[in-house]
Design a protein around this ligand. Sequence first.
Ligand SMILES: [Zn+2]
Length: 299
Amino acid sequence: MSNDFTVRFGFDATPVRGRLLRLENTWQAMSARQETGGGGAAVGLLADLAVAAGLLGQDLKVAGSLSIQLHAGRHDAQITTAMAECRGRAEIRGIVRGDPATSGDHDLAALFSGGRLAITLMPEEGAPYQGRIELGRGNLARHLEDYFVRSEQLPTRIFLARDQHRAAGLMLQRVPDAIGAADDDDDWRRLTLLAQTLRPAELLTLAPPVLLQRLYSQDRVRLHAPEPLAFGCTCTRERSANALSLMSGEEVAAILDALGAIDVTCEFCGANYRFDAVDAHAAVLAGHSASTESEGTIH
Ligand SMILES: [Zn+2]
């Protein structure tokens, strides 16, 4: 069985919902593409972002995507940009750019020299929605918990773990319509305290029924069927052309003179799109009249 899945669970007579998520092939496909290499805080953060995007992306009510982006406060930040996206509740991709030597510090404000976190819901039809918070002390999980309380008044706990091979997460949320009852507070406190006892190795490796039985042996847990996840990229030749359109005609001509063609490589999946002189000039002209969404590195 694939070790890339998410699974929902609930508790009988307790207004708390939960979700587990684990990425193995997906995470390996993502981390292999990163220039930051296999270690360091930047790659760890990418794992956390991928899991978090997968967890949050499951609650999309309409077809579309959810992304979590982290933007640096200064150009010389240790990590300049990081994002992960979950599309159609099934496909995940992500990227991180920063100093490969960055290690240890999971305080987001330190890694990004200030900066902000944005969560963007991009429906296939209709207007996008974006919520933002400033980066402060604490790791990604603490920031997302803060986001849920502030923007959705939804008490949330998120636990994230990763090793070289896998990334995983557990999310607990107190269901909205039950907030306020004293009993619910007790249950919420008890269930989240138990979740804190979960070790990273357990979150990364145990089968969901075993994991939940170990955590909540006193509770009746309703476990739903797991849903598969996979690495997936949405890059197209058209969007790569948009990257060219950000360049001047002179810059494009200079590269064509030197190389004969221009290659644009997708930063997410490594796909290569080659533009000959005719295509490249057409892309530059088209870009000056269109709004652009570009992704890719030109070389
Ligand atoms: Zn791609």
